[in-house]
Design a protein around this ligand. Structure first.
Ligand code: PLP
Length: 353
């Protein structure tokens, strides 16, 4: 085996594998999903369309119907949109189109770990810029890092996973003025954060990533999309697998957009539960939640994060231990659940702390 391994790129072999333990629990608040699930009327309509479709045939090469609906939903032009297998695939396609040896990408730290993984696989360099002590973006240092490293790209997750902080429009404009590609991952936009689509008109170096996995209740189906200048989208598409969006996922995304009024009350409930959970967590001795625009919180805990994770898991509640990330050694990440799930979490936390 050792012999065969020598063929693997050194930069791949040194990466620590991105893994999530296959744990389950009755209350699963570890992956920032929509806790209410997809409305039955949407599922029924997708199943009806699936039954009427020939599964032997490839889906459309360019998912024109979905791109048209995404254009109407986002307010951006259809030829400036790429859709595929989750925003993870969008991240991978953008990075593969841009990054090679000697190319530097600026990343705030801590942030969503998939960025660093795909950049390293592509052979690129990462210039990390720590968040400030209050876990917000350090924009002057991000700007400085882009300029001093002659970075080709920066990836800003807003709201940032796992801290929930957002980038302000003026700060984004400041980063765009460097001329580097500025990728803004807005996976949680429907739940919070400012919509930057209008900036695409004036800023050809802006790239926006979005997903159906979070507010839109489709994590299991894998649909993400990328918004940028049409010329950039043409290049990014070359780095994406053809047909990565299957008929089933594509149709569900279409129906979810057609029947948005069914998802909207669930998103509103996630937002109001976020406010309630934040206030209630703050009342528990030993816990300090960080204000978040998304459907999750980084929460500072006086109990060791691993211990809190284990004790909650023993009570049927799955959260995320994020204590190995920079600045977060005393933190866990908790997603907003249904009102009943949040009540059960609060009861368990009051017992433990
Ligand atoms: C910021 C961010 N981007 C992207 C993703 C991946 O999303 P998708 O399911 O669309 O691949 C996640 C998932 O946790 C995320 O938090």
């Amino acid at each position: 085996m050792t012999d065969a391994l020598k063929h693997i790129k050194a930069n791949v072999r040194t990466i620590k594998a991105y893994a999530l333990a296959p744990l389950d629990a009755p209350i699963k608040i570890n992956q920032n999903e929509n806790p209410f699930g997809m409305p039955a009327a949407i599922k029924d309509e997708v199943l009806r369309r699936a039954a009427a479709t020939d599964w032997a045939r490839y889906p459309e090469f360019v998912p024109a119907v979905l791109l048209g609906k995404l254009a109407a939903y986002t307010g951006w032009r259809a030829d400036g949109i790429m859709a595929g297998n989750g925003s993870n695939e969008m991240i991978q396609s953008v990075v593969n189109a841009v990054v090679e040896k000697n190319v530097t990408v600026v990343l705030p730290e801590p942030t969503f770990s998939v960025y660093a993984q795909v950049i390293k696989v592509a052979g690129g360099n990462i210039a990390s810029v720590l968040l400030r002590d209050d876990l917000t973006f350090d924009v002057p240092r991000l700007r400085e890092a882009i300029l001093t490293h002659h970075a080709t790209m920066a990836i800003i997750c807003s709201p940032n996973n796992p801290t929930g902080c957002v980038i302000a429009r003026a700060d984004l404009l400041d980063l765009l003025s460097t001329g580097a590609l500025i990728v803004v991952d807005q996976a949680y936009l429907e739940i919070g954060g400012e919509d930057f689509v209008a900036l695409l008109n004036e800023h050809p170096n802006l790239v926006i990533l979005r997903t159906f996995s979070k507010a839109m209740a489709m994590g299991g189906l894998r649909v993400g999309y990328c918004l940028a200048a049409p010329a950039l989208i043409t290049e990014f598409n070359k780095a994406k697998m053809p047909y990565s969006l299957n008929f089933f996922s594509m149709t569900t995304a279409e129906v979810a957009l057609e029947r948005r009024e069914l998802l909207q009350p669930l998103i509103a409930a996630m937002q109001s539960e976020r406010e309630r959970l934040f206030a209630e967590l703050g009342k528990i001795n030993g816990l300090t939640p960080v204000a978040s625009a998304a459907n999750f919180f980084a929460v500072k805990t006086t109990l060791a994060p691993r211990e809190l994770f284990t004790q909650l898991h023993a009570r049927g509640i799955l959260i995320r231990d994020v204590s190995s990330a920079a600045l977060l050694k005393d933190y866990v990440r908790i997603s907003v659940g249904t009102p009943e799930e949040n009540d059960a979490l609060l009861t368990a936390l009051k017992e433990l702390l």
